[in-house]
Design a protein around this ligand. Structure first.
Ligand code: HPA
Length: 235
């Protein structure tokens, strides 16, 4: 058992889906996995292992933000030998061409967080997705007739920023959307030599202020899940 995950060795699959919301982890386990068994409920951050198309697959809540996902990703890679970790989450669009409901594959993740400046002694690391997972997810989406946006996202430490226009500098440099976890997931995967990808759906737009309705969130979530599941269990 690790400090924050109550699984025994061998109870977590090599491939793990990572929603922020622990109740999303439960929903995924109940609706998409076969024979799912809960292996942790420490701090109500739920984790399950089952199978998908006969292959072992786990789903683990991460909580919101860099410090929270950092803990879960670290323990999954270090203590449970996880080889591929796929975040399934939401993001806010900062580009006109990226509309609410769109799917975004985070090829790389910029951040305003200080964690990597601390880790790398003031030098700037470039958190990057696994090319293998990125290509597999892109192909899985395209084969279903969906066109995901692929590019840089911005991983923010603050949801409620002091400057409401802080995102504009990132938008000018081509970043697609704002979220709060990918940079740390990618960096932690790199530290342990593992694969990671963030598949995101746009839940709101910082440009127009629009938000998706609960029904739209369900539809877009199902689409994202199809891509994430196929990517997680691909050879
Ligand atoms: N900001 C940060 N994270 C988010 C947002 C946002 O607007 N939308 C979804 N996740």
């Amino acid at each position: 058992m690790s400090i924050h995950i109550a699984a025994k060795p061998g109870e977590i699959a090599e491939a793990v889906l990572l929603p922020g919301d622990p109740l999303r982890a439960q929903f995924i386990a109940e609706h998409f996995l076969e024979n799912a068994v809960q292996y942790t409920a420490v701090r109500n951050i739920l984790g399950y292992t089952g199978t998908y198309r006969g292959k072992p697959l786990s789903v683990q809540g991460t909580g919101m933000g860099i410090p929270s996902i950092s803990i879960y990703a670290h323990e999954l890679f270090r203590d449970y030998g996880v080889k591929r970790a796929i975040r399934v989450g939401t993001a806010g669009s900062i580009q006109e061409g990226v509309k609410i409901r769109d799917m975004v594959l985070a090829m790389s993740a910029s951040t305003n967080s200080g964690v990597n400046l601390q880790r790398f002694g003031g030098k700037s690391y470039a958190p990057t997705a696994s090319w293998n997972l990125l290509k597999t997810a892109y192909d899985a989406a395209r084969s279903r007739g969906w066109e995901p946006a692929v590019g840089n996202v911005v991983c923010s430490d603050l949801f409620y920023t002091e400057d409401p226009g802080e995102w504009k500098i990132w938008a000018r440099f081509g970043s697609l959307a704002l979220e709060m976890e990918s940079a740390e997931l990618y960096t932690t995967a790199a530290k342990f030599g593992r694969e990671a990808l963030a598949i995101l759906t746009i839940s709101d737009s910082l440009i127009t202020g629009e938000q998706t309705s609960p029904e739209e969130r369900q539809t877009t979530f199902t689409r994202m899940m199809e891509v994430a599941l196929e990517t997680a269990v691909s050879p």
